[in-house]
Design a protein around this ligand. Structure first.
Ligand SMILES: Nc1nc(=O)c2c([nH]1)NC[C@@H]1CN(c3ccc(C(=O)N[C@@H](CCC(=O)O)C(=O)O)cc3)C=[N+]21
Length: 299
């Protein structure tokens, strides 16, 4: 017997991000009125990666759109680890900077974990320092990485409680997969994490009520990887050039195959990406609020 066709609902990440951004803008206004403080974000970029430049430009436009201050530090590709550490040290001490984001990946020769560890945990709006990773893992107040936070907010808005659902996360990066798994565990999902060394990822993925894919391999997820009716969050963004010479973005999920199979699906673009930026603004506001109110966790 043929199963009834599923009508896949696209999750409008842009609309969710717009609403979150509006809330952040109100928070920025309030903080200005109560404490005369303007949240400041420093974005540090080393070398020129064209894709990164687009994100950096987007981030700066958005921070200014909500009334924050933003400073971009574009350093040449020849920057040494010591020079980058000196920049971070300066930003750590700058009272007008509440958030620091070092765009990843960094050029070879710079150890990203040493750079990450140098960022003051209270300014770590990417949630990558050991302190914030620990806090996220323990379910304590801290700063949560923007992309997984954005995915979680989308999931909660769409599904309500996630309790008891089987969540499968594909990818174990420090920036997305790992923290995503921790957040889902916090929601009392049963969490399976798959990665490059997992044999037959599809056989696990197809058991997921919630499938979060963050591998950067375009078109990895085919129709039969998706449990009928599942909620699919596509974190991957790969830029490809079409036969007509046009540039286009593709996710980790074969969109056409997921349509009619997934219950809900985030599109690329317009899904997770805009939420990542909105969450960066939210984290920057959170860091600024905590700093002026002396509410830093653990202090
Ligand atoms: N320390 C660090 N933190 C990051 O959060 C980080 C990073 N490094 N390195 C690079 C990746 C990538 N990333 C994106 C954010 C927003 C969009 C985004 O807004 N995308 C739009 C489309 C943008 C376009 O048209 O190019 C969308 O999906 O609709 C994409 C990608 C954050 N990253």
């Amino acid at each position: 017997m043929q199963a009834a066709p599923i009508e896949t609902r696209l999750i409008d990440g842009k609309a969710y991000a717009r609403r979150l951004t509006d809330t952040v803008r109100d928070g920025v206004t309030a903080l200005g009125e109560t404490h005369g403080v303007v949240p400041g974000l420093a974005v540090v970029m080393v070398g020129n990666n064209p894709a990164s430049e687009v994100y950096v430009r987007n981030k700066i436009a958005h921070t200014e759109g909500v009334g924050m201050r933003s400073v971009a530090h574009k350093l040449p590709g020849s920057t040494t680890e010591a020079e980058l550490l000196a920049v971070i040290d300066r930003l750590n001490r700058d009272p007008e900077v509440h958030g620091i984001l070092v765009q990843l990946p960094l050029p070879r020769g710079i150890a990203s974990d040493r750079i990450t560890r140098a960022i003051h945990p209270h300014k770590d709006v990417d949630g990558l320092t050991p302190e914030n990773v620990g806090r996220t893992t323990l379910g304590q107040d801290g700063l949560v990485p923007c992309t997984p936070l954005g995915c979680l907010l989308l999931l909660r808005s769409e599904l309500g409680t996630l309790k008891g659902l089987h969540a499968v996360v594909v990818g174990k990066s420090n920036l997305v997969g790992r923290p995503m798994a921790q957040l889902l565990l916090q929601e009392e999902c049963t969490v399976t994490v798959c990665h490059v060394a997992t044999p037959d990822v599809g056989s696990l993925a197809c058991q997921a009520d919630v499938l979060v894919v963050a591998t950067g391999h375009k078109g990895l997820v085919r129709r039969d990887w998706i449990k009928p009716g599942a909620t699919v969050i596509d974190v991957g963004i790969t830029r490809v050039t079409t036969q007509e010479g046009k540039s286009r973005l593709m996710g980790d999920v074969v969109h056409e195959e997921a349509m009619g199979r997934a219950g809900r699906l985030t599109p690329v673009p317009g899904g997770v990406g805009p939420m990542t930026i909105a969450c960066l603004l939210r984290n920057t506001l959170t860091a600024a609020e905590r700093s002026v109110r002396g509410l830093q966790p653990g202090t």
